[in-house]
Design a binder for this molecule. Sequence first.
Ligand code: ADP
Ligand code: MG
Length: 703
Amino acid sequence: MPLKTTTANTPHPLDTPVQFLKGVGEKRAEVLEAAGISTLEDLLEFRPRRYLDRSEVKQIAQLQMDEEVTVIGEVVAHQIHRGRRKRLSVAIHDGTGILEAVWFNQVEFFSRIFSQGQIVAFSGKVGRFRYWQMVHPDFDIIGEKKEQLNTGQLIPLYPSTQEFKKVGLSHYRFRQIFSRALQKYGDSIPETLPDYLLKKYRLISRAEAYRQMHFPDSLEMVHQVWRRFKYEELFYLQMVMAIRRRFHGTEARGKAVRIDDSALKELIHGFPFTLTGAQQRVLEEIKSDLESGKPMNRLLQGDVGSGKTVIALLTMMCGKFSGYQAALMAPTEILAQQHYFNIRELLGDQPVKMALLIGSLTASEKREIHRQLSTGELDLVIGTHALIQEGVEFKNLGIVVIDEQHRFGVTQRGELIEKGDIPHVLVMTATPIPRTLALTIYGDLDVSVIDELPPGRQTIKTFWRTEERLPKIYEFIREHLRNNEQVYVVYPLIEESEKMDLKAATEAFQFLQKKIFPDYNLALLHGRLKMPEKEAIMDQFKKGEVQLLVATTVIEVGVDVPQATIMMIEHAERFGLSQLHQLRGRVGRGALQSYCILVTPPEINEIARERMQVMESTCDGFVIAEEDLRLRGSGEFFGTRQHGMPDLRYANLVTDQNIISVARKDAFEMINSDPYLRKPEHRMVRTQFIKNYIEKYRLPSIA
Ligand code: ADP
Ligand code: MG
């Protein structure tokens, strides 16, 4: 039976539209809907942003000058004074004294919010002017005087917007709505995790979790609420991975590749170097994937310069020796071109027909390549997005390699794969992804790592310097230029301030050319240039005709110039750690000692300072990735959306690594023992899956 057929059609209580809940009504429903809350289930998921602990609240009689505190009291008076300066004054009484809160701005707006008899919390700095006073305090309306809903020790404070306030959706009102909804529906909130898993980890039930979320007995219970929902969230995420893997692996037959070891050996023998141990190991892993009869789905991680291109080539050639075509897709034309030329050199006089397919070719050139791909005349094609355009058809695409995966969206990866009939797929990335994160994003892929650089590489010496040191740095650069070495100077360019940034980079370029290095050839490379111009500049730099290249971050990935030994990064504080590491990887590509100089203003914030120190202390991409993740949090690790990274509501990919591991194990075990989730104890998992996951994650329809 296909997993897709739904079980029942009776609407579930959790799907009750908010409008029909007691205390909501049409107007509030509209406002809630606009905030993404349309059903009871959405509403239950509307989490307090924090809890106010009554024991931390101070009594007015105990207040002291200038301290920062929270007080709770009943509004006893509120009034707009129209003197020299209009102000709103709201007085509260807490049984021990009076405190006055004062607003000088948006007086009318605030005055509409308060009314006599409300119970409010004010937080801020205490002053004194006749009464104890707070100016522009943070405030929360937490109840009404005659409130029946005892809030207990902890008062949930919900996210609050002006729109909410306009329709009276105060914390108090929310509590009222929740109280009534839980009374009516609380017992019919279905559990989404099997009993044996709840027992195994001593998790509270889902119904209890929602009750405690909105009416917590203690902070410990709040902690239990989070523990439960974190596990649930990660468990289902791993279920997605488990199902993907299971049904990709068994349903699909991979292209049969017969590994021709002697042909491979001969090819490798022609290389100007021997493979590193790590490259050999990865090659073996790939070979056994290709021979397995199942489609390969492998992620190859390797730091910049670790030699992934060779692996890409060998993988493609395994296909070619078995009569398949192979395609390599790179994110930019510069990279695609570089791959093309490097690979052609590595191939030597091997009889391989290969083409470069990029957007800037003429229409007739493209058409010719399209033709040769569809007839099978071409063995290998290397290109950009041009590979996934309409009109590109392969005779028998067997191997797909995608370089610098993080630049592509998930769908683009899919589009190239769909050009073949379940081809073998190798995805390469130089962004080292911490293991747990890799499991979460690429949980359906096998992972190989090149954890060894080719021999003879020097570590790049990295220095962080402030701008006053520029004259010294220029002197240092000059010495190396004199020695026929080459230099990158990078300026940040971000979209929001692109024009200004470009101007700064242009000015810097002119200044360096005229005033500092008049006797050398400098060039300016930036994203606004047309492709042929960029190529011409890169080409001149590669040939050494240009010795110093001023660039915005367009050189970020992959460009390979062995004579380039200095990477100077201006305003390094504006780059993220991974980006800095990628940039640094542009030097140290040859045998010469290389340097990375990070230049910042003297005053930078604490996090930027830490980034500079990390860069100075290590060249290890994995260490840097972990640090990056720690400093930035997973959300920003790399523009998350395009990675198909899930928006996690409860779990944190950095701090919840333990939960990720156990949830993963549980999910995979469940799918192994009960692939169609037919066992009665898994019924709720099946229901939940059909409801929330199959479509969202585009899971294979499981027949
Ligand atoms: P990346 O992993 O960053 O894509 P590349 O594939 O561009 O790295 O390789 C970086 C450089 O190292 C290239 O010049 C390549 O020819 C060289 N290289 C690759 N493998 C080896 C090896 N085993 N020994 C020596 N040099 C190698
Ligand atoms: Mg590369």
